[in-house]
Write a protein that binds this ligand. Structure first.
Ligand SMILES: Nc1ncnc2c1ncn2[C@@H]1O[C@H](COP(=O)(O)OP(=O)(O)OP(=O)(O)O)[C@@H](O)[C@H]1O
Length: 243
């Protein structure tokens, strides 16, 4: 069974078609990057797949369940770390993790164990007692991802996980995401070509709500007849008529 299978998925906002008949398939355990220019439809795609917004047409199945007819079942299997880091500023890192456990109905004792485990897994030990508002952007993003992982999702969506981070913080976050490879299916959106190239198993290039090309960075570079992935990205986007 595929982790994600979309069938002509569409989202329209009045006269704007944000996502236009998207057909995409992601394997279980795969790290898939959705790459595209501003307004390409990446966030809208993630929002439909994580049941935050209903499609205007088409459907998507996540591990066999439809976002249209079985969104509650889908929600049990997925989680999302949104573009705007959603941490409670006045709670410590540990308290944020325990708070999320509470949302999932996990009792206090188990929440403590889970939070401790997540602090270890995500290497948050040195900041576990700090209030979230005192953390740098990079640490806040790491906490946000840890909070999304605590429900043990089979599919994790990361919307622009390293947006605005410095080079070092980005590399640290990459290490964290890399560790999830093969264990959790990850779909991330990004503007950074090197992020998609370094982290992902496959890349989908979106523009104007449509998916123009899918493949490994190497395959896409070859397909475009270019030396570098950056050159290939430009060619593939222009080929889609969005230069
Ligand atoms: N709630 C909304 N109401 C109206 N239009 C919207 C809404 N959300 C998105 N759009 C439009 O849909 C299109 C796709 O937007 P989306 O945010 O999905 O793109 P994106 O690829 O994530 O862009 P970015 O990289 O800038 O975040 C854009 O034209 C955007 O203006």
């Amino acid at each position: 069974m595929k982790a994600i299978e979309t069938n002509h998925l569409i989202k329209k906002y009045k006269d704007v078609t944000a996502v236009d008949a998207l057909c995409l398939s992601v394997k279980q355990g795969e790290l898939f990057a959705l790459l595209g220019v501003n307004g390409a439809g990446k966030t809208t795609t993630i929002k439909m797949l994580s049941c935050l917004t209903a499609p205007s047409g088409g459907d998507a199945h996540l591990l066999g369940d439809s976002v249209v007819t079985a969104p509650m079942k889908v929600k049990e299997k997925i989680n999302l770390s949104p573009q705007e880091t959603a941490v409670a500023p006045n709670l410590t890192v540990r308290e944020n993790l325990e708070f999320v456990c509470g949302i999932y109905g996990i009792g206090k004792a188990e929440a403590g164990v889970k939070a401790k485990d997540m602090i270890e897994r995500c290497s948050l030990g040195e900041i576990a007692g700090k209030k979230a508002r005192m953390l740098s952007g990079g640490w806040q993003r790491r906490l946000s991802i840890a909070m999304a992982l605590i429900s043990e999702p089979e599919i994790l969506f990361l919307d622009e996980p390293t947006l605005g981070l410095d080079v070092l913080a980005r590399r640290e976050l990459w290490d964290m995401i890399e560790k999830l490879k093969g264990k959790v299916t990850v779909v991330l959106t990004t503007h950074y070509l090197e992020e998609a190239e370094n982290l992902s198993d496959r890349i989908g290039i979106m523009a104007g709500g449509r998916l123009f090309a899918v493949g490994t960075a190497e395959e896409l570079t070859k397909k475009a007849g270019k030396e570098t992935f950056e050159e290939a990205f430009v060619v593939l986007c222009r080929g889609g008529g969005i230069s």
